[in-house]
Design a protein. Structure first.
Length: 253
């Protein structure tokens, strides 16, 4: 299994300001969270759109935890996954209860597509791993990456939005996500993903944002069957040159 990672911060792509219900949120400049390949530009990201992305973030964490729960062997990691389901479920309920949700959102933010692709890719990566210590470490590593990147986006949104209820929800999310991040880092260190006895960094499965934050079409191009077909095309004999040599009687080296 190749070393992969995931993700979970969202690219925000606009700036300026408009009316209260449809107020735009300035662009998220957190390049580290989205990599250089996340190019799903769309319309302005409004405060209502931020709610949609917060809910998607919660859903991604719940889905990742449920996807590995039955195969996790370490009891501490299992309890962490269970907490992700409970905590992000509660956070999502709080987000959906905000009056701002009554504002129509005809089309989800373009960033929602990127987040969905990232979540699906992570689920596929972890889903293909057998139960064992490697899966435990990979899941925890993904949680460190996800929650670190989520903190960046949540901070950005908190500083940009004006709706009081949304600000309160973001404050609560920031506190809870920081708690999750601290716990994930502690578990990662305990599992051997921090430093060795000499204090040197020990490698752990890493999530590479450049692999994750791509449009679905780009992710499709990285499917194993597509990669295999491309490899086969590269090594296919040059029959055109050989046939031409037979026709002319010229032997080519």
């Amino acid at each position: 299994m190749r070393r992969t990672t995931v993700l979970a911060a969202i690219l925000a792509t606009t700036s300026a300001a408009c009316g209260p219900a449809g107020r735009d949120v300035p662009a998220d400049t957190n390049r580290a969270a989205v990599g250089d390949t996340a190019a799903v530009a769309g319309g302005p990201l409004t405060e209502r759109g931020v709610l949609t992305l917060m809910s998607a973030l919660n859903g991604a964490e719940i889905g990742a935890a449920k996807g590995v729960m039955s195969r996790i062997g370490d009891p501490t990691v299992r309890r962490y996954a269970q907490a992700m389901v409970a905590d992000h479920g509660a956070m999502d309920s709080a987000v959906k209860a905000l009056p701002l949700n009554d504002t129509p959102l005809p089309v989800p933010p373009a960033q929602f597509i990127t987040m969905h692709a990232a979540s699906s890719h992570l689920s596929a990566v972890l889903g293909a791993m057998p139960a064992g210590p490697a899966l435990d470490r990979a899941y925890v590593a993904s949680q460190v990456a996800d929650h670190s990147q989520a903190m960046d986006s949540l901070r950005h949104w908190r500083g940009a939005v004006r709706d009081g209820g949304l600000r309160t929800a973001l404050d609560g999310a920031l506190a809870k996500v920081q708690e999750h991040l601290d716990e994930a880092r502690a578990i990662q260190s305990a599992l051997g993903g921090g430093v060795d006895s000499a204090g040197s960094p020990r490698p752990v499965p890493q999530l590479r944002p450049a692999e994750i934050f791509q449009a679905p079409a780009q992710l499709d191009q990285q499917r194993p069957d597509t990669a295999t077909a491309r490899s086969q095309r590269q090594v296919r004999p040059d029959t055109t040159r050989r046939d031409s040599a037979r026709a002319t009687g010229v032997r080519r080296p």
